[in-house]
Design a protein around this ligand. Structure first.
Ligand code: F6P
Length: 535
């Protein structure tokens, strides 16, 4: 990166950002320009990305693309998919794309594709054996339930996929998710399943995550309490050599690789095993195919036509130059609700950093606060603030064809799906254009930016494309500000501090009279409440 050139580009962007406050650059005018939609949208790889209601013009877009070229973000992306160790702080590669690549991928001169293919073969055989009744529980009953036990990247991406594909129907297997350490989570699941017909899939890359280990312990006690052999009801997905790997009390273990980060792992065995058992191996294959199509688009398309790169540039523009620190993800599709939680981890755990890869303090905020809800529900919760309070950019996501298309033909007049779309279109328009009411209570400032992303249907192929689009967008955003999106040291200190409190609780569990000298006054208050059961 040429520092002088980089500074020239960023200074120009700062100047341009001030021009966007001029009245003539209000979105109610910009969105009326000729060819606005054509010039500020990309339709490729089965995704239509409309960014015409973002507060940009041609000059700004060109300058943002110049920034991308100056930062060499495409070269960094190509270096990532080629297996270079770009996770600098952990000296690892970041090869989530290798799992779904049709081509050989080399890590330190070793072709890792054969191992990737072997894992997929094991997933296919195992999942088919469970679904066809060849693998049975302790009492000889078929497996009709799986419970995915994991937290963060070990569950959120998979929950997005199951939510998105719940309309696929005719599913012989019921899938539940156990993530929180809150005992209520386990109780709720225990009441939903038949223990004799359930396989528990314990997913943890480190196999040291306290929440997952606590839940694994509960599962084993539950199985033993029900006279069931854990070795017939527990599968683990974990790093080779971790405590979850080589054991005799499990049915099978699938490997996770150190070069695939948790929040990027849903197309690996982490998602592959639950999806193949719960939805079918062919569904998993379609997701991989969709993800690879978007990977190739993200890797090869020129910046002007590169969906995730343009989306990343718009985030940088909104965050650094227009000073919006949050982004709302609003899918107008209930099956995409869980995508929001996956994106919260993907975007905030990847890009919520303070130092760049050279350990220089960042001058600008990195990462955005990600939140959201499904439309139209969001209109009845936080859209008051979106329209008349502090502005924040929104990404709307629309699905052209719902699963239940036949329902739309039966019903005369405006169908539910058309009603959903009327609202999605209206919200983006209203946020952008506002009104000129003289009544202050009914005045809408407008000029609130949004993008709209459309996919044709909630097919496994499109779910894979959408997954890869957001992975690539997140990574490109990091490359644009020269941070490492693949580590997450920020989650460690809280866990370490919990160790001290955990040991104080253990002491009190043994002798309530103990007043450990170490705890501070505030902690003391909470420990007393916990043990006395009253505040
Ligand atoms: O949130 C921290 C984190 O390490 C995530 O990156 C990861 O997805 C999650 O915890 C679970 O980690 P593991 O798969 O090792 O249990």
């Amino acid at each position: 990166m040429n520092l002088a050139k980089h500074s020239e580009i960023t200074e120009n962007l700062k100047t341009l950002s001030k021009s966007m406050d001029l009245p003539e650059n209000h979105l109610k005018h910009l969105s009326k320009h000729n060819n606005r939609l054509t010039d500020f949208s990309i339709d490729d790889c089965g995704i239509f990305f409309d960014f015409s209601r973002q507060r940009v013009n041609g000059e700004i877009l060109s300058s943002l693309i110049e920034l991308a070229n100056e930062m060499g973000v495409k070269e960094k992306f190509q270096s990532m998919v080629a297996g270079d160790r770009i996770n600098f702080s952990e000296k690892r590669a970041a090869l989530h794309t290798a799992v779904r690549s049709s081509k050989s991928v080399y890590l330190d001169d070793l072709n890792i594709k054969p191992e990737m293919d072997q894992v997929k073969k094991e997933i296919r055989v195992f999942s088919e054996d469970v679904r066809n009744g060849k693998i049975k529980g302790t009492t000889g009953k078929n497996i009709t339930n799986i419970v995915v036990v994991g937290i963060g990247g070990s569950t959120l991406g998979t929950q997005y996929v199951f939510n998105a594909l719940e309309g696929l129907g005719n599913n012989p297997i019921n899938t539940c998710f156990l993530s929180s350490v809150d005992i209520e989570n386990f109780r709720a699941i225990q009441n939903k399943i038949d223990a004799e017909q359930t396989i528990w899939i314990i997913i943890s890359k480190s196999f040291s995550t306290v929440e997952t280990l606590s839940n694994e312990n509960l599962v084993k006690l539950f199985l033993i309490d029900n006279n069931l052999d854990p070795a017939k009801h527990i599968v683990t997905i974990t790093s080779k050599g971790s405590p979850g790997n080589c054991r005799n009390d499990i049915l099978k273990s699938f490997p996770m690789f150190d070069f695939i980060g948790g929040r990027f792992s849903v197309t690996s065995a982490v998602g592959g095993v639950p999806i193949s058992i719960g939805l079918g191996f062919s569904v998993y294959e379609e997701i991989l195919k969709g993800a690879e199509l978007m990977d190739l688009h993200a890797e090869n398309k020129e910046p002007e036509e590169n969906l995730p790169l343009i989306a990343a540039l718009i985030n940088i523009w909104n965050n650094h130059y227009l000073n919006y620190n949050a982004i709302g993800i609003i899918p107008y599709a209930t099956p995409l609700l869980k995508l929001i939680f996956h994106l919260q981890q993907l975007m905030m755990e990847s890009n919520g950093k303070s130092f760049d890869v050279n350990e220089n303090k960042l001058l600008n905020r990195s990462g955005m606060i990600v939140f959201g809800d499904q439309g139209t529900n969001a209109q009845h919760s936080f859209f008051q603030l979106a329209h008349q309070g502090q502005a924040f950019p929104i990404e709307f996501i629309g699905v052209v064809k719902p699963y239940h298309e036949e329902h739309q033909k039966l019903y005369k007049g405006v169908t539910n799906h058309q009603e959903l779309w009327a609202n999605m279109i209206s919200q983006a328009k209203t946020l952008a254009e506002g009104n000129d009411s003289k009544d202050k209570n009914r005045y809408f400032e407008g000029n609130r930016p949004s993008s709209t992303i459309l996919i044709e249907s909630l097919s496994p192929l499109n779910i894979g494309k959408l997954l890869s689009f957001y992975e690539a967008k997140t990574v490109y955003e990091a490359f644009l500000i020269n941070i490492n999106p693949f580590d997450q040291f920020g989650v460690e200190l809280g866990k370490e501090n919990a160790n001290d409190i955990r040991s104080e609780i253990e002491k009190r569990n043994n002798d309530i009279s103990i007043k450990p000298e170490k705890s501070d006054e505030i902690t003391e208050f909470y420990l007393n409440a916990l043990f006395s059961g009253k505040i």
